[in-house]
Ligand binder design. Structure first.
Ligand code: AMP
Ligand code: ZN
Length: 470
């Protein structure tokens, strides 16, 4: 498989260090709010990568952290801890916030058919490990204490800016406009491994350490969690492109300083999902979530399909019209699968199977070209292969694509005319929802009665409004 490696800036053959085995690490979510669908684009594409590596016969061990401490509002060392910000916003403790949004994250993943990694580690459970690695960095002379904090000394490295697409002067932490410079740092790019003298006294979670009571920096979390679970050599590390600098750059600096050798061979970065108005962000007001997609009547897998239609190394613009187009295309595929389900048993035509399977694998072998892999689904449906061959291929492709093609086609086939709710009723339900929102309960009741007169029941549940024929 050819995969683009951000470290070498080119497509390379993906060759794991140990034959047949892959160690894969993914930066997990910062659990101070719901994941937005941009975050989830990264997790969807990483999921496809993991599934395709498994599909190709490799034994993958995937590890992910949960960032529940240390990630400040700037990705560098300034601002509040995001977790503390979330806790203040909701008048809860940091741990309550972490639990709630970790669960919400995995609920969203489930709806999007994103597999849970083999090992998931909340950062707060690894404090001793962070302290141990930081102590070694101190002993080796890669870290220093200043003003109470422990910093990594980037001047000790020959090449700190490993993803050298970035210009040093543009990216050095502390030189961006509006970011306060930390006068404790010996070099502008140095970063905090352990905070004690944070100006944010309100930090809720603090631990004893040889350098005083405090808490870890965000970057050390991923290095330690990866090395502890996947060993000294990592095959592939994933994340959204915003993590390349400073987060991944710092992970490499401290891991390699600690280990004394190269750490990770391949870096897989997913480009951002943006809206037409710009970057999506959890901290700026309203943002797009899986629940919002569901509220608007979309099956979350339509969003997964939307993501697969584009290459992970291109930024993607989200708008509702594009999502509608994806929905229509997805439904059309289901419609084409439905007649295949009714066919009698036949033998699979192996030469056709192999030919079409090759189209699919060639697409994914070419730097995970999911858009071409989706085209391979159309190729199957258009081909002269018999129904059994088509179904077998689509079932197999779906092990990677995760779009529940067969199950959803079956569901659609089982949906009889009488289950379909007429548009007139859906419109009335929408008007009732608005009336309730406006606190016009008299109008809401009036609309409910009208819906009832037309032969339908309407019920509000925790999952949303349920309409059934009487
Ligand atoms: P966070 O929860 O902020 O730590 O981010 C979780 C993951 O989402 C990281 O891999 C980020 O790089 C990634 N990410 C953040 N914003 C976006 C976006 N707009 N599109 C795609 N991935 C993103
Ligand atoms: Zn990370």
């Amino acid at each position: 498989m050819q995969l683009y490696n951000s470290l070498s800036h080119k497509k390379e053959e993906f060759i794991p260090r140990e034959e047949g085995k892959v160690g894969m690490y993914t930066c997990g979510p910062t659990v101070y709010h719901y994941a937005h669908i941009g975050n989830l684009r990264s997790y969807i594409m990483e999921d496809i990568l993991e599934k395709y590596l498994r599909f190709s016969g490799l034994d993958v061990k995937r590890v992910m952290n949960i960032t529940d401490v240390g990630h400040l509002t700037s990705d560098g060392d300034t601002g509040d801890d995001k977790m503390l910000k979330g806790a203040k916003r909701e008048h809860k403790t940091v741990m309550e916030i972490a639990k709630f949004y970790t669960d919400a994250f995995f609920d969203d993943c489930k709806k999007l058919n994103i597999k849970t990694p083999d090992v998931v580690v909340p950062a707060t459970t690894y404090i001793d490990e962070f302290i141990r690695v930081i102590s070694v960095l101190m002993e080796k002379g890669y870290a220093y204490e200043a003003g109470g904090n422990i910093y990594f000394d980037t001047s000790k490295l020959e090449n700190y800016y490993v993803f050298n697409d970035f210009k040093e002067e543009d990216l050095a932490v502390g030189v961006r406009e509006g970011v306060e410079e930390d006068s404790n740092k010996k070099n502008k790019a140095d970063f905090v491994l352990w905070f004690t003298k944070s100006k944010f006294d309100a930090q809720e979670l603090k631990w004893e350490s040889p350098w005083g009571v405090g808490y870890p920096g965000w970057h050390i979390e991923c290095s330690c969690i990866s090395m502890k679970n996947l060993g000294e050599y990592l095959d592939i590390h994933c994340g959204g492109i915003d993590n390349a600098f400073p987060h991944h750059t710092n992970e490499i600096a401290q891991s390699e300083a600690y280990l004394g050798h190269k750490w990770c061979n391949y870096w897989f970065h997913v480009l951002h999902l943006n809206t037409s108005s710009g970057k999506m962000s959890k901290s700026s007001g309203e943002f797009l979530t899986v629940s919002l997609l569901e509220e608007k009547g979309y099956n979350p897998l339509v969003y997964r399909f939307f993501c697969l239609q584009s290459h992970y190394r291109k930024s993607l613009v989200f708008d509702w019209e594009n999502l509608d187009n994806a929905k229509t295309a997805y439904e059309k595929i289901l419609d084409k699968i439905i007649p295949l389900l009714a066919e009698k048993e036949e033998d699979i035509n192996t030469s056709e199977y192999d030919r079409l399977m090759k189209v699919f694998c060639d697409a994914l072998d070419n730097d995970l070209n999911t858009a071409m892999a989706v085209t391979a689904v159309y190729d199957v449906l258009k081909s002269d292969a018999n129904s059994a061959t088509k179904l077998a291929l689509i079932k197999k492709f779906d092990e990677v694509l995760g779009l529940d093609f067969i199950a959803n086609a079956q569901k659609k086939a089982d949906t009889t005319e009488s289950d379909i709710i007429p548009q007139e009723i859906l419109d009335l339900a929408e008007q009732r929802k608005q009336a309730k929102k406006d606190k016009n309960f008299a109008l809401a009741d009036e609309i409910r009665n009208k819906i009832s007169e037309l032969g339908f029941n309407i019920k509000d549940t925790r999952q949303g409004t349920e309409i059934t024929r009487k």
